[in-house]
Design a protein around this ligand. Structure first.
Ligand SMILES: Nc1ncnc2c1ncn2[C@@H]1O[C@H](COP(=O)(O)OP(=O)(O)O)[C@@H](O)[C@H]1O
Ligand SMILES: [Mg+2]
Length: 249
């Protein structure tokens, strides 16, 4: 399980995340939604330890990220919004490098082969990463995240830029990770996907939670009927002065 408590992040004077608290339980897929600049990427970067929070506590399966960084990081897999892979390694070498870094070499060959087949990288396994298209680099980043057996999986807009088969495979990977009891936190703009894939949705605006819950709860929060789509709910909850949010729940 992942626990984020009172996470705050300032970039100089810009408040990107404002005292945010939430959990992602074992076997749960949580969607992080919100307009551009809402703070989704910052939250994910803080949880992975790439960005230093200004304040707050992050615990990965009970391990505190700031006091026990290496142990906490080993439990996390991350698919970044913009992958920056090592271009001078081949696809196979890259997967191997990541698995070695995470010290998970048990049955690596099988896992790597399966992942390369799933994400159409098998024919490219001997090619340098720099020769891959943008979408293929994205798929490699996904394969790298799943090549080590992390219990907490974080994905930042992973469905952008990959082809329909890649999207299908990734959704299957996410669903089976859930079945294995992993905690999955995914930021996405694809509301229909969020609607179908996520157990719970957190809607952020200006670094704070404006609503949280399953679809039924979000409908209630937005004071909309059950025939409203997540898009309607999202637009209502993220508008500038949503009067409906000012009333008590
Ligand atoms: N490296 C950075 N330096 C300065 N400001 C940043 C940086 N990264 C993000 N921000 C700012 O923090 C806020 C949240 O951004 P971000 O986390 O990228 O949001 P999202 O992923 O929801 O679009 C925005 O105001 C953005 O301009
Ligand atoms: Mg982002």
């Amino acid at each position: 399980m992942l626990r984020v408590s009172n996470l705050t992040k300032y970039y100089k004077k810009t408040l990107a995340v404002d005292s945010l608290s939430f959990d992602v339980r074992d076997g749960e897929i949580v969607g992080l939604l919100g307009p551009n600049g809402a703070g989704k990427t910052t939250v994910l970067r803080c949880v992975t330890g790439i960005v230093q929070p200004t304040d707050g506590v992050i615990e990965v399966e009970g391990v505190n990220l700031s006091t026990n960084e290496e142990d906490a990081k080993r439990r996390i897999a991350f698919v970044p919004e913009v992958p920056t892979p090592y271009e001078m390694l081949t696809v196979y070498e890259h997967l191997r490098f990541i698995a070695m870094a995470y010290q998970t070499m048990d049955s690596f060959e099988e896992r790597a082969e399966t992942l390369m087949h799933r994400f159409d990288l098998y024919d490219k396994r001997g090619d340098l990463v720099l020769s891959l298209s943008k979408g293929m680099k994205q798929k490699l980043a996904i394969a790298c995240a799943f090549v080590h057996d992390a219990h907490v999986v974080l994905l930042d807009e992973p469905l952008i830029g990959i082809d329909p088969r890649g999207v299908h495979e990734l959704k299957e990977m996410i669903t089976s990770a859930k079945q294995e009891g992993k905690s999955i936190l995914i930021s996405t703009h694809m509301l229909d996907t969020a609607e179908r894939l996520c157990d719970r949705i957190i809607i952020l605006r200006k670094g704070a939670i404006v609503a949280e819950g399953n679809l039924a709860e979000l409908h209630e929060r937005a004071r909309m009927g059950t025939d409203a789509s997540l898009e309607d709910v999202f637009l209502t909850l993220t508008e500038e002065s949503p009067t409906n949010l000012l009333a008590p729940q």
